[in-house]
Design a protein around this ligand. Structure first.
Ligand code: MRU
Length: 347
């Protein structure tokens, strides 16, 4: 696999994020200096994808508290909580952000030392562990999912659950990268993913850079392409899996899952444990991020809809568990009954 740019880089106490809003035209890193800047980078999707915003949140918290190590331990812990809550408010749907910030806070609370400087160092080690773990989780999902991809297959994906959405080889793309590496010849179809074009700008770019056979589709082409027999398998990522197996993912995923069911195509969802939220009973409880109207009324900077038109812009939808063939996780492929099998693995 060609070396793709790192989505997140922590270098001696400084955080750099690849600005994904500029891809594929420019590959630019942005140094992150304040909590506000990091909040904006997450909200504006400079860093995006569920696992990546978890890792960015963990490092982001370090940046946010870096100048406060002069406080006593109790005040420092309060500051950590305040900044974690603030960063968590940047995006509501992907549970990984909250998961990583909660993990950092729990680790802070359990730290036995008395000095804030030592606590900061301890948290830095925890953030690095979260980062390194993400790389390994991606690899494990790849190993567990690679067998699904057979010679000659067409594999459809939606949005970007690729290397750019993680700090490793992606979730949905992990089996694709490993299959490609082992010489399996298959085709990937990437939905462009309106309104923000993660499929066009990111998935098709990273797979092309890595030498995979990838074809870009607009979202409304999926049914037609499936009807031609070109798709044998769908793999997407997810932002949150509820305890019953319902999955939230990029808007349009639900439609793809319905199409897959109609055409008898297996529909798999890849995710690490940090995306599985057993505290959410079912998909209807998942908060769906609503984004600004301009993303719908404009194509890039160009207005493509009448002034004052009413819009809606949910960034995610929920695919009911009945449409999911299996969850590709670091522990293996989890199948129905999802409620029982998820709690068996993750409770
Ligand atoms: O709005 P985005 O670009 O953050 O949405 C990303 C997705 O929907 C991904 O499919 C999901 O986060 C899984 S990433 C491995």
């Amino acid at each position: 696999m060609t070396q793709l740019p790192q989505t997140i880089r922590w270098n001696e106490g400084t955080l750099y994020l690849l600005d994904q809003t500029k891809l594929p035209l420019e590959v630019v890193e942005e140094k992150q200096e304040t909590a506000e800047q990091i909040w904006n980078s997450i909200e504006q999707l400079k860093v995006r994808g569920a696992p990546a915003i978890g890792v960015a949140g963990a490092y982001g918290l370090l940046v946010a508290i870096q100048k406060n190590t002069g406080l006593n331990k109790e005040e420092f812990l309060q500051k950590i909580e305040e900044k974690a809550d603030y960063l968590d408010s940047a995006r509501p749907t992907a549970v990984n952000l909250k998961w990583a910030l909660d993990r950092m806070q729990n680790s802070a609370k359990l730290f036995p030392g008395a000095e804030s400087k030592d606590l900061y160092k301890h948290l830095e080690e925890e953030a690095i562990r979260i980062h390194e773990e993400d790389v390994q989780l991606c690899l494990k999902m790849g190993v567990n999912g690679v067998g699904l991809i057979k010679e000659g297959m067409g594999v459809l994906t939606h949005c970007n659950a690729g290397a750019l959405a993680t700090t490793g080889i992606g979730t949905a793309t992990a089996p694709m990268y490993l299959a490609h590496q082992s010489g399996v010849k298959f085709r990937v179809y990437a939905d462009e993913t309106r309104p923000l074009l993660q499929g066009a700008r990111l998935t098709s770019w990273e797979l092309q850079q890595s030498g995979l056979d990838v074809t870009l589709l607009t979202d409304n082409m999926a049914a037609h392409i499936m009807s031609k027999g070109l798709i044998d398998l769908v793999i997407t990522g997810t932002d949150r899996v509820a305890a019953n197996g319902d999955v939230a993912n990029k808007i349009g995923t639900h439609g793809v899952a319905i199409l897959a069911k109609y055409f008898g195509i297996p529909f798999y969802v890849a995710c690490p444990y940090s995306t599985i939220d057993l505290n959410t009973t079912e998909g209807s409880e998942i908060v769906i991020e609503e984004r600004k109207a301009e993303e719908v009324t404009h194509f890039g900077l160009r207005r493509t809809a009448p002034e004052k038109i009413k819009t809606c812009n949910p960034a995610f939808d929920v695919t009911p568990k009945e449409l999911v063939t299996g969850l590709i996780t670091e522990k293996g492929i989890i199948r129905a009954p999802f409620g029982d099998n998820l709690s068996k693995e993750y409770l």
